[in-house]
Design a protein around this ligand. Structure first.
Ligand code: C5P
Length: 410
């Protein structure tokens, strides 16, 4: 996924971010971060440590953020500015420090405040997220590891670091996350964490029932709704495994994806995963029938009889119903959620599916409105509550509403 592909992420529009930039080579990437945050509708105030200005000029950030960059506690000729460390930190919804060096991290953990940014961290009354960036040996150093542990215990959010090639030429843990990844992490840090500690399995997309090695029967599911649900569950704090039929979509950020083709592959992948999970959301458009004995070689026109091609179909397993049955027998607290794209009688069909599939909820929508679209209206039918409608909105927003609705009620 490229940074330009970021959709509008929840919880960012109108947010006042103070972006602290420390003195590390990754500081150059923070320029792109300012651009992405601004594009999300955040108001960004950049604060640099004095050593950060050795790596990148404050003017670069000033131009991108549209605000003067703060560096010093003692701004020359600005005696009227009051107390910058208090003023700036009180006008902030989230303090984001990227890159965060080993030295700055050590200072935050020990409450040392000998530059403006350190003072801000100490004086803040909003959440703070750090994005470490340093050489692999500096990261692995026991002092840094102790500090990062302590930072977590103190309630600092820690994004990354990633493993990979470093500016010094070495390879290992310590690379700063890419700017677009930092934006996702920030969106998660600002989302309600309804699913912390839970593993959610989501199935999405169409299935592909092979006729021969090159041909098959599939359907018009784009996978967008299932991918949005997987992404929303990650934003809400879950570990997410997405079992996906063939789609053209990028893997949602933070989500582990398992690719499958036919309904039977999807069935074994899902059934293999659910015993380690706490919920299953079946959004995939699973083919009800597969081809009995698909040909191992490409079928030729000459293979067909003059009257046409004969194929025998076989009934596929109903994945959702099997998960519903398994949960009823083995794990009553496991949540089973199904989808129903219908062309008519939404309420009747959804109620029937609730019973037939032993699901906790069925989310219904009109197939003609939803297939391939970027927005969705969702009607939620549950065994324990009256139906609820989520009005038409972008699929990621609808998915987040759905996740919070389903998982914040016991
Ligand atoms: O049975 P029907 O296709 O109408 O129900 C739709 C729901 O059931 C969706 O959640 C879909 O993922 C799931 N399903 C399934 N296995 C099938 C058919 C549908 O899991 N073979």
């Amino acid at each position: 996924m490229m940074s330009n592909d970021l959709p509008q992420l929840p919880g960012l529009k109108g947010t006042r971010i103070v972006l602290g930039v420390c003195g590390g080579i990754a500081a150059y990437k923070s320029a792109e971060l300012v651009r992405l945050l601004t594009k999300q509708g955040c108001a960004v105030q950049v604060v640099m440590t004095p050593s950060a200005t050795q790596f990148i000029a404050p003017l670069t950030f000033q131009a991108l953020s549209g605000r003067a960059v703060a560096v010093s506690q003692w701004p020359e000729g600005q005696a009227d500015r009051g107390m910058p460390h208090i003023d700036i930190s009180r006008a902030c919804d989230h303090l984001l420090i990227a890159p965060c060096t080993a030295n700055s991290l050590a200072k935050y953990v020990h409450g040392i405040a000998d530059n403006l940014l350190d003072n801000l961290v100490l004086a803040r009354n909003c959440p703070v997220a750090i994005v470490p960036a340093m050489n692999v040996e500096m990261w692995n150093n026991p002092a840094t590891q102790r500090n990062v542990e302590q930072a977590r215990r103190d309630g600092l959010q820690v994004f990354g670091p990633a493993h990979g090639e470093q500016a010094c030429g070495e390879v290992g843990q310590g690379r700063m996350l890419e700017p677009w990844e930092i934006v996702w992490e920030l969106a998660k840090a600002r989302s309600t964490q309804t699913l912390t500690g839970q593993h959610v399995v989501v199935s999405a997309g169409p299935t592909f029932e092979a006729i021969d090695p090159v041909r098959g029967i599939t359907n018009r599911s784009s996978g967008k709704m299932g991918y949005a649900i997987a992404q929303a569950a990650w934003l809400a704090g879950a570990k997410v495994t997405l079992v996906s039929g063939p789609t053209a979509l990028a893997t949602p950020y933070g989500v582990q994806r398992v690719n499958v083709q036919g309904a039977r592959d999807m069935h074994s992948a899902v059934l293999g995963l659910v015993p380690q999970a706490q919920a299953y959301v079946g959004v995939a458009a699973v083919a009800d029938y597969g081809i009995l004995n698909p040909s191992t070689h490409k079928q030729k026109k000459s293979d067909a009889s003059p009257t046409g091609l004969n194929m025998e179909f076989t009934l596929n397993p109903d994945i959702l119903a099997e998960v519903g049955q398994w949960a009823t027998e083995h794990s009553p607290r496991f949540k089973v959620i199904g989808f129903a794209a219908e062309t008519q009688n939404l309420a009747d069909y959804a109620q029937q599916k609730l019973v037939r599939k032993k699901a906790h909820a069925i989310v219904a929508n009109f197939a003609q409105e939803v297939l391939g679209a970027d927005e969705a209206t969702l009607q939620i039918y549950r065994t324990d509550l009256p139906p609820v409608t989520i009005e038409r909105k972008p699929k990621l927003e609808a998915a987040l509403d759905l996740i919070h609705h389903l998982f914040s009620h016991p």
